[in-house]
Design a protein around this ligand. Structure first.
Ligand SMILES: O=C(O)CCC(=O)C(=O)O
Ligand SMILES: [Fe+2]
Length: 254
C-alpha cells in the first residue's frame, strides 16, 4: 500500500514525539539514492575507521546530490511534513547538515541511551530551551532508510517531561569487557536497548521515513551484518536554524 497521510499521525507526533510515514519514497527514488550513496561506507571508514557510524554532511563529499534534491522536494513528503508540523518546516536542499548513517564494519556497537540536547548542552538561553524542548514544533530529526533499518529505539513521550529515575539508571553505559566476542557484543547491545522502560523500536523498511523529537530518549544499536544506509536529516523552520546558529556561537565563545 502506498502512503496516505492520516490525521492520527499529528496526535501521535505531539504525544509520543515521533511518526513514521510508511512507504512514502517511490522505488525509483530509493534506487537513485542507493546509487548515489554506494561509496558512502568506504568514504566514512577511510575517514573514521571501521566502526564509523556516519558520513556527515553529504554536501562535503563527492556524492551526487540530485537524488537528494528529489527527496527534499518529493511532493507527498513536503505535504506530509507540512501537515504533521507546519508548511514552514522544510527539508532544505543544501544538505550541509544531512548525514548518512551506516553499519559498523567489524563489531556490533551502539550509542548510549541519550537525549541529543539537554540543559547541560551549553544552550544559548536556558529558560528558552526549557520551553522549546517540550514544543513539538521546535526540534525534529529524520531517519529515512534506504535498506531495512531496525537500529533506532525510542521512548515515546519522553520529550515532554523530565527523566524518570529508572531511565537514568537504564542509560548508564554498560560496555562489555575488552576482547568480548561478536556474539557477546551482539547480546549486550540487545540487552542494553531492551533495558530502557517503555522503549519501542522504530522498525523500518526501505522507503519509510521517520521524523522524531531528538531530545526524547533514544539510541542506535548496530550490527555489521545488517546493512544500513539511512538518510539522517531534519526539517527546520527559519527559527530553528537561527537557534542552531546561536548555539554554535555560544559554544565557540567558551
Ligand atoms: O542511529 C540512530 O538511529 C540514532 C543515532 C543517534 O541517536 C545519534 O548518533 O545521536
Ligand atoms: Fe541521538
Amino acid at each position: 500500500m502506498s502512503f496516505h497521510f492520516c490525521d492520527s499521525m499529528i496526535h501521535q507526533y505531539r504525544t509520543e514525539g515521533f511518526a513514521v510515514f510508511r512507504q512514502i519514497l517511490p522505488a525509483s527514488l530509493i534506487s537513485d539514492l542507493r546509487k548515489a550513496t554506494v561509496r558512502v561506507p568506504e568514504i566514512a571508514r577511510n575517514l573514521r575507521g571501521p566502526q564509523a557510524q556516519r558520513l556527515q554532511p553529504v554536501a562535503s563529499h563527492d556524492i551526487d546530490l540530485k537524488p537528494f534534491k528529489d527527496y527534499a522536494e518529493l511532493p507527498p513528503l513536503v505535504d506530509a511534513i507540512a501537515r504533521l508540523l507546519t508548511p514552514r518546516h522544510k527539508i532544505r536542499n543544501e544538505f550541509d547538515r544531512t548525514g548518512i548513517l551506516i553499519e559498523p564494519a567489524e563489531r556490533p556497537g551502539w550509542t548510549n541511551w541519550h537525549r541529543d540536547i539537554t540543559e547541560e548542552s551549553n544552550v544559548p538561553d536556558l529558560e528558552e530551551f526549557r520551553r522549546i524542548t517540550r514544543d513539538p514544533h521546535w526540534f525534529n530529526q529524520i531517519n529515512c532508510p534506504l535498506y531495512e533499518d531496525n537500529c533506532t529505539w525510542y521512548v515515546p513521550g519522553s520529550y515532554l517531561r523530565e527523566n524518570f529515575t529508572e531511565e537514568v539508571a537504564a542509560a548508564i553505559a554498560q560496555r562489555p569487557p575488552e576482547g568480548a566476542s561478536y556474539g557477546e557484543l551482539e547480546r549486550a547491545g540487545i540487552v542494553y536497548a531492551q533495558g530502557m522502560p517503555r522503549a519501542v523500536r522504530l522498525s523500518m523498511d526501505a522507503g519509510d521515513f521517520a521524523i522524531y523529537h531528538p531530545n526524547a530518549w533514544h539510541l542506535g544499536n548496530y550490527l555489521p551484518d545488517r546493512k544500513r544506509v539511512t538518510i539522517h536529516d531534519f526539517a527546520p523552520t527559519p527559527e530553528l536554524l537561527d537557534w542552531y546558529r546561536r548555539w554554535s556561537e555560544k559554544r565557540a565563545s567558551n
